[in-house]
Design a protein around this ligand. Structure first.
Ligand SMILES: [Fe+2]
Ligand SMILES: [Fe+2]
Length: 275
């Protein structure tokens, strides 16, 4: 983990990690290199997943009875980023992420979110499952709209707390995925590598939000984070079929632990400010 030089340092880190951004084609030069390496070495799971059950459940708010852990994990993977995708999509439509008055990192953050959907799509692809866009549940939609349309000063602690909760969710799912599919080492390794990319970005987003907040804003981030974490888990019930609710709540009630999140990430992370 590196840090300490705030937003300027984060800008340099983004330029290094992502390369040149191309907003019109929604591309980040360096991230394309990563995908080229993934595509050059495709990985397929030997499992046969019930595709119809997956597609049915994707559109359901509550999981079907008797859903097994593997399918629950795949559904959680398919659903977890939908709220952030929805938020970034709204921000994009309303032109809130680019423009002369926006800081240069906003474009990176927008494009990174597109890659998160793509990274998760590659996870599903190993199981021959499609990535589909589904709107997040009603409560989440209102919540996301609030964070998109609030002015920056009051809005940033909201977004920051949601990013913190996101880090924990991605970390939990990453660890669970590696265990659940541990009997297929190549699949487990690919899950880790795809999830690591997302987690690395999200840690950066947390630090960035914290750096844009006042000390009071950072306090609000810390206060909201365990609540948002619970909300996300409740709104994506498949998560709680994979991750133990009690342990998750215990983790959310402890201080946000960047060292624990970054411990086994193979790539450098950047935290512009600690929330
Ligand atoms: Fe994301
Ligand atoms: Fe994010």
């Amino acid at each position: 983990m590196s840090g300490g030089t705030g937003i300027d340092g984060y800008r340099r880190y983004l330029a290094e990690r992502d390369g040149t951004p191309d907003l019109s084609r929604r591309r980040l030069e360096r991230r394309e290199e990563f995908f080229a390496s993934i595509e050059a070495r495709p990985v397929r799971s030997r499992r046969t997943v019930d595709r119809d059950a997956f597609l049915r459940s994707l559109r359901r708010r509550d999981p079907e009875a008797g859903l097994d852990r593997e399918l629950a994990w795949l559904l959680a993977t398919a659903k977890l980023n939908q709220a952030e995708r929805f938020g970034v999509g709204l921000g994009e439509i309303y032109g809130r992420n680019s423009g002369a008055d926006r800081p240069p990192e906003a474009v990176y953050l927008e494009l990174e979110e597109h890659y998160h959907s793509r990274l998760l799509a590659y996870v599903l692809d190993m199981f021959d499952l499609p990535f589909q866009v589904v709107p997040p549940p009603f409560v989440m939609r209102q919540f996301v709209k609030l964070s998109v349309f609030l002015p920056e000063r009051p809005g940033m602690p909201f977004v920051g707390a949601a990013e913190m909760a996101g880090c924990v969710m991605f970390d939990e799912l990453r660890r669970a995925g590696v265990v659940i599919f541990g009997d297929e080492p190549e699949v487990a390794a690919r899950i880790a590598s795809l999830y690591n990319e997302i987690l690395t970005d999200e840690i950066g987003h947390v630090g960035y939000c914290a750096a844009r907040c006042s000390p009071i804003g950072r306090r609000v981030m810390r206060l909201l984070y365990p609540r948002f974490g619970r909300l996300v888990a409740r709104q994506t019930p498949e998560v709680l079929l994979v991750v133990d609710r009690y342990d998750l709540h215990k983790r959310l009630d402890r201080p946000f632990d960047i060292a624990a999140l970054t411990r086994d990430l193979p790539m450098p992370t950047f935290v512009a400010a600690v929330p």
